[in-house]
Design a protein around this ligand. Structure first.
Ligand code: ATP
Ligand code: MG
Length: 395
């Protein structure tokens, strides 16, 4: 058995709000341990994201203990045993130990338990089934630490059986591969993911999108996407292009990468239930404004005014990634950073100004305003309100 390290010296573990969680659970007669991603990343030397807690206490007892201590408690996933507590402004998800009773490939019926090993056995990968207690001691029931050392993603238990319980695990397998520079795939686990790839077809848009966004942001997104494409896994997630070179040249922004990856980017909104803000970014890219360092300065300003800074940057990133230019090319860099040097002024004329001049309100007014705005843009945004209104009076 591999000797387990201690996280006793980890700064995040000493955080008073986290230690308060451990203490309150202990005072209520239970035990809490940090589980999953935080322990994995700490042992891999990667940055820690959310700290998720597992506990032997039943959900009702967790709620009662924290409420009694004057801490706000939210039953965010109470049906599967999760409550969120907010201690000194830090939220922690506390989930009661579970074992799966029944699964249908998409969701599990769970039963609560106080058996740490049973809880470890229902987790997806060995590196995700490690726990760290209040003192920093690591608890490993499935050989997860050995896989941390070997940098290997491997299912807990028989891969095919674990995939059939929840097909999302196929995608999570590739997501974790993409998230770490040096991770490699356990062969039997990869083979099962490939063989059972059709299971991805029945999953909800939200669950797919959540994992795909994390996969796309990963440092190894491109090799992993290629691996998925080669094994015909990716086509069960998304109708995809072969723009891997472009994706690899984009910043690790999942939305930009998704746009380049999708065969029909216009379908992403529905397929991945994008937010309004994400959909707006996709729509701006679909407009297809062509940005290149060949544009003259005034042309750049006109296009930036029309697009706004976000769509400008997105469009430059895509055009640059799709070009032959090097990624340290100074002319492209300058094009990209125009919004930090130039902010479009505000168009100085309003409808009220025209009405004050005796212009009747109605569709003509809108057209006249648009004409003046074009005039103002053509002046490289230099015409003043007086200049513009003068041009009307002169008519
Ligand atoms: P991240 O750093 O992205 O949050 P994570 O490992 O914490 O990574 P989560 O999706 O937050 O990932 O899940 C928390 C833990 O819950 C996992 O580490 C794993 O132990 C378990 N888990 C999550 N999803 C599944 C699943 N579909 N099947 C089995 N176990 C799962
Ligand atoms: Mg997590």
């Amino acid at each position: 058995m591999t000797k387990l390290p201690s996280l006793a010296r980890a700064r995040w573990l000493k955080k008073p709000s986290l230690q308060k969680v451990f203490a309150l659970v202990a005072a209520a007669g239970g035990e809490a341990r940090v589980a999953g991603g935080a322990v994995r990343n700490a042992l891999l030397g990667e940055p820690i994201g959310d700290i998720d807690i597992a506990t032997t206490l039943a959900p009702q007892d967790v709620m009662a203990a924290f409420k009694a201590a004057g801490i706000s408690v939210h039953p965010t996933g109470i049906e599967h045993g999760t409550v969120t507590v907010v201690v000194d402004h830090t939220p922690y998800e506390i989930t009661t130990l579970r074992h799966d009773v029944e699964t249908d490939g998409r969701r599990a019926v769970v039963a609560f338990t106080d058996d740490w090993k049973a809880d470890a056995l229902r987790r997806d990968f060995t590196i995700n089934a490690l726990y760290c207690d209040a003192s920093g001691k690591i608890h490993d029931h499935v050989g997860g630490y050995a896989d941390i050392l070997r940098k290997r993603i491997m299912f807990v238990g028989a891969p095919a059986a674990r995939i059939k319980e929840d097909n999302l695990r196929i995608l999570r397998f590739f997501r974790f591969l993409a998230s770490y520079e040096k991770m490699s795939a356990d062969r039997a686990s990869l083979a099962a993911c490939v063989r059972l790839r059709k299971g991805l077809l029945g999953l909800s848009a939200e669950r797919i999108a959540r994992e795909m966004f994390k996969l796309l942001a990963g440092p190894k997104a491109v090799p992993v996407l290629k691996l998925m494409a080669r094994h015909k896994v990716l086509q069960n997630v998304l109708g995809h292009s072969a723009a891997f070179r472009v994706i690899g040249r984009l910043p690790p922004d999942p939305l930009l990468r998704a746009f380049a990856l999708a065969k029909k980017p216009e379908s992403l909104r529905a397929a991945w239930r994008l937010s309004n803000q994400q959909s707006r970014r996709i729509e701006a890219l679909l407009d297809g404004t062509v940005l290149t360092p060949k544009l003259r300065e005034n042309e750049r300003r006109i296009l930036l005014y029309a697009l706004g800074p976000e769509a400008w940057r997105d469009s430059v990133h895509l055009a640059w990634a799709g070009s032959r230019a090097a990624l340290n090319d100074r002319t492209w860099k300058r094009l990209l950073t125009l919004p930090s040097r130039w902010t479009a002024p505000v168009f100085p004329v309003t409808g009220h100004d025209l009405i004050d001049l005796g212009f009747p309100s109605g569709p003509d007014l809108g057209r006249e305003l648009k004409r003046l705005e074009d005039h103002w843009i053509a002046s490289d945004f230099t015409s003043t309100k007086e200049d513009l209104l003068e041009s009307i009076r002169g008519n």
